[in-house]
Design a protein around this ligand. Structure first.
Ligand code: SF4
Length: 93
């Protein structure tokens, strides 16, 4: 379903990347009130991409929220299926 939305032209807000804890928390504050099924809004706000991002090629595989075996993003404010080569701007190690 996520791939379908991108195939249909979904554009997400990948910048600015939250450089500080405060900026990171602000993004979580936007995501937290969204309904569990507000998939489009979650993807847009989190800056979701179906590919690694930036010069360091950041991706879910190295993110602390990625559940490798479940292929899932365990960040409570997202709580979505994810793949190793995907990325979002809430990426953290
Ligand atoms: S927070 Fe973002 S980068 Fe990290 S696992 Fe979830 S979707 Fe991937």
């Amino acid at each position: 379903m996520i791939e379908d939305m991108f195939a249909d032209g979904l554009v997400t807000q990948v910048e600015p990347f939250p450089e500080t804890d405060r900026e990171f928390s602000r993004l979580l504050d936007v995501l937290r009130p969204l309904d569990a099924d507000a998939l489009r809004e979650k993807l847009v706000v989190s800056g979701w991409l179906l590919e690694p991002y930036g010069p360091d090629q950041m991706r879910c595989q190295e993110c602390m929220y990625f559940l490798v075996h479940k292929r899932w993003c365990d960040l409570p404010e997202l709580n979505l299926p994810a793949k190793a080569d995907w990325w979002c701007r809430l990426w953290r190690i």
